[in-house]
Design a protein around this ligand. Structure first.
Ligand SMILES: Cc1cc2nc3c(=O)[nH]c(=O)nc-3n(C[C@H](O)[C@H](O)[C@H](O)COP(=O)(O)OP(=O)(O)OC[C@H]3O[C@@H](n4cnc5c(N)ncnc54)[C@H](O)[C@@H]3O)c2cc1C
Length: 330
């Protein structure tokens, strides 16, 4: 089974330990291996969910095969098993894998490309299938399923299609595609700026980092929404902040606050960032700002992305003295 899966290039062995694995040279914590992706004959890239890194192993002796549910090269159809209404415009979708032992895999942080396969394919003006990136809110080593939290844009293509699906329907998945490579302990402070459904990459990152006992990185999340109802994963954020008061501070910002709201209002401003986090010029490379939100917000906070490229740092972060090495736009 292992060899045939290896030929298919989609296997993830589960190993008990791999003491020589590297985690980026910062921590030498003994590693607990959660999965592995075999990418070349005779070597196995072991995914360490605790450290959030891949490390190469030549030893398959105590590796138990774990399949990865999809590949980067072609779309795999997954069945929707559950849809939960999250709020007025957002649903939580659970897609199950054909193999209940399969995992999503992938490094922290990653995205999946999702496309329609049923109820009519969705194509662009050139006739190509339309696919959109989504960051799962389930952990990469969760067996048997993957969970997405998706805001519906009525005039969009893929998000209304997902909202039209019923349990038993399918969607196409491709991935995982790495985004920022998180090295535990490499940062003193991570500052996350999120808007709306742009929260999911931050959740994958911070949830993972806080789960690592030896990782001391502190996090500040600035999360803006229109109304209080729009705040996504609030229960999870509040629980994380309560469990890690010395490592996570969450600042919710509302455009249209309800009566009695005591938090900040309006857009995430230079002053708000300045009052709650270190300035770029004083911080050095061990402070990094992560940004994900609607394009207008990304441009105002960090300067626009240049297609798939990061683009120069602009906006509020530039004014605060943050340099290109200190900013990552998801
Ligand atoms: C790294 C990453 C991770 C993401 N993760 C998530 C996630 O976990 N959850 C989530 O909900 N979203 C996520 N997104 C956003 C997601 O990829 C889609 O952009 C979103 O779901 C909208 O896709 P859509 O096809 O429904 O809408 P689209 O067709 O892309 O349209 C979106 C909106 O833009 C408008 N629009 C489209 N084209 C134009 C145009 N030419 N001019 C003006 N307006 C236009 C539409 O009318 C609509 O209101 C992520 C994005 C990135 C980059």
């Amino acid at each position: 089974m292992f060899q045939s899966a290896l030929r298919k290039n989609v296997v993830a062995p589960l190993a008990r330990g791999f003491s020589t694995a590297t985690n980026g040279g910062k921590n030498n914590t003994p590693l607990i291996i959660a999965g592995a992706l075999a990418v070349a004959a005779g070597s196995y890239f072991i995914y360490n969910s605790e450290a959030g890194v891949y490390a190469e192993s030549k030893d398959e002796s105590d590796a138990k095969p774990r399949p990865v549910a999809f590949t980067k090269s072609e779309f795999t159809n997954l069945t929707l098993s559950k849809v939960e209404t999250y709020n007025h415009n957002t649903n939580q979708y659970t897609f199950k894998f054909d193999d209940p032992n399969a995992i999503c895999g992938g490094p922290i942080t990653h995205l999946l490309m999702v496309k329609a396969t049923e109820n009519g394919l969705i194509v662009d003006e050139k006739g190509n299938d339309v696919a959109r990136p989504y960051t799962p809110i389930s952990r990469p080593d969760l067996a048997g399923e993957v969970v997405l939290l998706v805001k519906k844009y009525d005039t969009g293509k893929i998000s209304p299609h997902l909202a039209s699906l019923k349990p038993g329907d399918k969607a196409g998945f491709k991935g995982t595609f790495p985004k920022f490579k998180y090295v535990p302990g490499a940062l003193d402070h991570g500052i996350c700026v999120a808007g709306g459904s742009g929260i999911t990459p931050h959740y994958q990152l911070i949830d993972h980092a806080l789960s690592l006992k030896d990782d001391k990185t502190k996090w500040t999340l600035f999360y803006s929404n229109v109304t209080e109802d729009d705040i996504l994963l609030r229960k999870e954020w509040d629980a994380l902040a309560k469990a890690h008061p010395d490592r996570l501070k969450v600042v919710y910002v509302l455009d249209k606050p309800p009566a009695g709201w005591t938090g900040p209002t309006g857009y995430i401003s230079q002053q708000l960032l300045k009052d709650n986090s270190p300035a770029g010029s004083e911080a050095g490379e061990a402070v990094k700002v992560f940004v994900c939100g609607p394009p207008g917000q990304v441009a105002a906070i960090a300067g626009p992305k240049d297609g798939m490229k990061q683009g120069p740092v602009g906006g509020v972060l530039k004014e605060l003295g943050f340099s290109e090495g200190q900013v990552f736009k998801f």
